[in-house]
Design a protein around this ligand. Sequence first.
Ligand SMILES: [Ca+2]
Ligand SMILES: [Ca+2]
Length: 233
Amino acid sequence: MFNWTVQGQDQLFQQWFWYRVGNSGPEAPINTISPAVAVANTGTRGLSATYSQAQFSLRVEYLLTGGLLGGTKSTIGETITINNLSLSTLDFHFFQYSDFDLGGSAAGDSVIIGKNLLTGLYNTANQIHPLVTFQESVHTPGANHAEVGFFPNTLNKLNDLNTDTLSDITGLTGPGDVNWAFQWDLSIAPGASAIISKSKYVELTAIPEPTSMTFLLSAAAFYAMLRSRRSAS
Ligand SMILES: [Ca+2]
Ligand SMILES: [Ca+2]
């Protein structure tokens, strides 16, 4: 996923998913499991993409919901289903990597990841930008590990030849070209499934140019008024 346009402005640089089976060997992007079998649904708002091999299959379902034309809010729901097709327990590690460039810019954002205090699992990510509100919520289950960093450190971990666990550095990180990731450590019984359900929300809190123009115009009018009062006195 390389593009999420709200009000003609692209908010996303890249989001994708990686996986690892077991606790050794590198992580790999899910598109290396097999070519995708993709099906559009829910009109043009939904997409289901399935990747499969003998041991397991993995499906990602996306559902995009916007407001009225010209609106400033957009949300995308994502459901990931992993089916264990084998006769033994599947030790499956699933990673989501997100690099949003809010407001169409790669610089100057910060990210903080939050935890559910009851479960101890990571379940929110907030990216902070002066003109765009962004939040991801994990509905179920929360992630076991998470990481906030600067491009491309986390991406390199997912693509290198080492076995990686995310750092659990989740505090306010930035400003800069920030990105973040979640890691789920799943143990899936033979013939059973794991399901991860989450959603992302983008809201433009202001449209930049007209607001600053209005301010400049009011400032110009104020100084003009001040000057005329001074010359009058
Ligand atoms: Ca790695
Ligand atoms: Ca970024």
